[in-house]
Design a protein around this ligand. Structure first.
Ligand code: UDP
Ligand code: MG
Length: 310
């Protein structure tokens, strides 16, 4: 019988896990045509998450887990899941039930019967989310799709079911700075999009502060576009052009109209403006440089402390 590996990244999810397992069991019982493996990735949780997973594993032999030596982030957890998955199909799902397991039969059908390579989900509403966060999220997708060749779907979740071939392609990308939303699109293949209404998490708290999301967005831009570097060059050239025109203007005014000095306010404005633009552009270059630095170190994406894989 074919098997689906369900990868569940968990960071401080002790409350949510029971609900998750209950709900997931129901779906697994429904889907009799395929076998399951639940691969929990404990991403350095500080609460009793690992104990809860072990308890589940002792009751259900389909439950497998990998426990990291510290918190490495969801991207690392997903990668560890892909590397250690053994199923013919691989599914990625959050532990907080914001990715409804009830969609799984429909996703499986899309791959099995309709011939897609992957079935992904996107939420069409952002109910229960602070409006300011939704606004910036929308902006991010708009800008990203303008400046990058890889298409990002607005509202796309990481929740998706993939064929083995799709996952193997993802594993080919061994980069350290992982931005999965982009990688999913980059590998290509045929993806079916399944839409659903946003669900709020069942228990616990979100791990994403506004600040973390902003840094994640910058990571995404740096990983999938070099447009900011080009923009920096263009801004530099424009400033140069303006400076030339201004210099000629001052020379002409001094020589012809005999009006050599006036106004330090304009001087201060120009110095601060150009200073600001310079630092901003150096910052952009720095973002790319720091990513190159991290990639060249070639550190592992995650470190496993314990697991029950074999
Ligand atoms: N997660 C993780 N490592 C982290 C942060 C989050 O494995 O450092 C997991 C978390 O346990 C959950 C999923 O990633 O299963 C999504 O996290 P969360 O619900 O906090 O994000 P949100 O749904 O609010 O975007
Ligand atoms: Mg969540």
């Amino acid at each position: 019988m074919e098997k689906i590996t369900v990868i569940v990244p968990c960071y401080n999810e002790q409350e949510a896990l029971h609900y998750y397992y209950e709900e997931m069991s129901r779906v697994m019982n429904e889907m009799k045509e395929v076998g399951f493996e639940l691969l929990f990735i404990n991403d350095g949780s500080k609460d009793k998450t690992l104990e809860v997973i072990k308890e589940l594993a002792s009751k259900d032999e389909r439950v497998k887990y990998i426990s990291f030596s510290r918190n490495f982030g969801k991207e690392s957890a997903m990668y560890a899941g892909f590397e250690n998955s053994t199923g013919d199909y691989v599914c990625l799902m959050d532990a907080d039930l914001q990715d409804p397991p009830r969609l799984l039969p429909e996703m499986f059908k899309a791959i099995k019967e309709e011939g897609y390579d992957s079935a992904a989900t996107r939420r069409v509403t952002r109910k229960g989310e602070p409006p300011i966060r939704s606004f910036f999220a929308r902006m991010f997708y708009k800008i990203m799709n303008k400046i990058s060749d890889t298409e990002l779907m607005d509202g796309a979740r990481d929740y998706r079911l993939m064929t083995r071939q799709f996952v193997n392609s993802l594993l080919e990308m061994k980069e350290y700075n992982r931005f999965s939303k982009g990688l999913f699109g980059w590998v290509g293949y045929q993806t079916k999009w399944i839409e659903f209404e946003n669900v709020e998490r069942v228990a616990g708290e979100t791990k994403w502060s506004f600040w973390k999301l902003l840094l994640y967005a910058i990571d995404g831009v740096v990983a999938f576009s070099t447009a900011p570097l080009a923009i920096a060059s263009v801004v530099g050239m424009l400033m140069l052009l303006v400076a030339f025109i201004f210099i000629i203007f001052i020379i002409v005014r001094t020589l012809i109209f005999n009006d050599p000095t006036s106004g330090w306010p304009s001087l201060v404005c120009i110095i601060t403006l150009i200073g600001g633009i310079q630092i901003f552009c150096v910052g952009i270059v720095g973002e790319y440089l720091s990513k190159i630095y991290l990639e060249t170190k070639n550190r592992p994406v995650y470190i496993v402390k314990e697991d029950n894989l074999k």
